[in-house]
Design a protein around this ligand. Structure first.
Ligand SMILES: [Zn+2]
Length: 499
């Protein structure tokens, strides 16, 4: 609107010619960009069709995940299996022709040792939650803290002190509406803050399924043992506690110490000279109770297969694309935090225009992003995907969320995105559990993740204009406050602001 403002001031002859030229070049530019836009959109349509055919016919995502599951097993960070998975993926990306490097990092790592849980003289099936102490032997009275939320402790602040807390991992059926559940690490931090000497979390999945995962908000060891028991055992124990007291003895040994692990990074240089890049990633690491087929085999091997397809089709979008397989996600986003620290040190955060994260992403029907500034572009890409396959319904949503590898990028103001799809109840019930195995993976849905995400990635990497840009610290703070994330970030030590 600057132009109109200038026209009202009665300028001389020369400046009139200058004004005319300005207006002509503006409209020419508009025409040109709409022409180049139309041209690039036409190119996109062709490219999206080629991506679609390439993936439908030649996807290796399922085959590669199967090989990893059968030949390596779980991919726990810091374990020999984890290290073999890093090598396996490095060789895969290299074999597809990418420029590959390791992103080594050091971190406190944890792995389970022995565990015995006896309640009222009876042995219970249980697993230790990660970052429990290296050695712990506690006995004590069990107190039922319901959902294990702050309000449960405020109702009876002294109850947990010196006792072993029993709480639900999820929100218990019959609880008041509108309760916001906390992550298991946040529930453990609360129990410790209220003086508990042990924590027993009841899995929400029906039956005897045991779940593991970190019980630490910051990746460091917690001071008391934390375990998970099955839903059937847990609900029965609650009934016992309604009528009588119960005591538990928890004995565990675990390993904790500095380990080195490696992110695996494959780069495809962009056509342009802007120095801008799009990062697409997913965590390769898994927990050790099974082979991490859903968490996060489907996400990480989809990222690898997108790289394969881009190379197979010799695609070269405007911006550089980095394919990153993170390690250490389960232990506290260790690999993605190390990667972002590196980006900040190199001063290339502003050039990282988007980070796309695939973590348990499956069978997409739409796209999502932290902010809605590029909604029109996401929808446009989605409508082209829908034109190829109408099962892709092209939804779009935006919002800030925590607890996966996009978080370290998001907390430095970098725009993030992903795809929104669905998983079967059976797959969800095996989250971090001893049943998270290849049989849960639907090959056709995995291909859908590869092809529809590849289209989004190509559009973001090739479009001349991206509206979303890195948020300033104040803008980010305001957005996190508005998203109600301050408390969770304060608990985890990721809230960088004084107030
Ligand atoms: Zn995951």
């Amino acid at each position: 609107m600057r132009l109109l403002f200038m026209a009202g001031t009665g300028l001389t002859g020369n400046s009139c010619i200058y004004m005319v030229r300005l207006i002509i070049s503006f409209f020419a530019g508009l025409l040109l960009s709409s022409v180049t836009n139309a041209q690039s959109r036409q190119d996109w349509a062709d490219i999206f069709n080629r991506i679609n055919d390439e993936v439908q016919q030649h996807s290796a995502a399922y085959k590669n995940l199967q090989a990893a599951s059968e030949n390596i097993g779980h991919r726990l960070t810091g374990s020999s299996e984890g290290s073999r998975a890093e090598d396996y993926v490095y060789e895969l990306l290299k074999s597809y022709g990418l420029d590959v490097r390791y992103g080594p990092f050091e971190a406190e790592s944890w792995s389970r040792g022995t565990l015995s849980v006896v309640i009222n003289g009876k042995k219970y099936k249980a697993v230790a939650l990660a970052h429990s102490p290296v050695k712990a032997a506690v006995s004590g009275k069990i107190v039922d803290m319901g959902n294990g939320l702050e309000e449960d402790y405020l109702k009876n602040p002294g109850l947990a002190k010196g006792n072993i807390v029993l709480a639900s991992l999820g929100i218990l059926p019959g609880s008041a509406g509108g309760l916001r559940n906390l992550h298991r690490s946040e529930k453990a931090a609360l129990a410790i803050r209220y003086g508990a000497k042990g924590i027993i979390l009841i899995n929400s999945v029906p039956g005897d399924v045991l779940l593991t995962g970190t019980a630490s908000v910051n990746g460091r060891l917690i001071s008391v043992p934390a375990i998970c028991i099955g839903n059937k055992d847990g609900m029965q124990l609650k009934k016992v506690l309604d009528k009588a007291s119960a005591t538990a003895t928890i004995d565990m040994t675990n390993f904790s110490g500095k380990i080195s692990a490696r992110n695996v990074i494959g780069t495809m240089k962009g056509r342009g000279a802007s120095g801008e890049k799009i990062v697409i990633g997913g965590h390769l690491d898994s927990w050790d109770l099974a082979t991490g087929a859903i968490d996060n085999g489907i996400g990480s091997f989809a990222v690898i297969d997108i790289a394969r397809a881009f190379k197979a089709l010799n695609l070269q979008p405007e911006r550089t694309v980095e394919f990153v397989l993170f390690m250490g996600e389960e232990q506290g986003l260790l690999g993605s935090k190390a990667y972002v620290k590196n980006v900040l040190n190199k001063g290339s955060a502003d050039h990282t225009r988007y980070m796309l994260n695939l973590d348990m992403s499956n069978n997409p029907k739409g796209y999502l992003a932290t902010t809605a500034e590029d909604e029109a572009l996401f929808k446009e890409i989605g409508s082209m995907a829908k034109a190829i396959d109408s099962s892709f319904t092209n939804t779009f949503s935006s919002g800030f969320g925590l607890h996966s590898d996009h978080q370290p990028f998001m907390l430095r103001g970098i725009p993030t995105g992903s795809v929104s799809g669905s998983l079967s109840r059976e797959a969800l019930n095996c989250y971090h559990a001893d049943c998270d195995v290849l049989g849960l993976v639907n090959e056709a849905e995995l291909k859908n993740t590869v092809r529809f995400t590849a289209m989004l990635l190509y559009g973001l990497a090739d479009t001349p204009v991206l509206n979303a840009r890195r948020l300033s610290d104040n803008e980010l703070k305001a957005a996190l406050l508005q998203s109600g994330l301050k408390e969770a970030l304060q608990i985890s030590g990721d809230w960088r602001w004084d107030d």
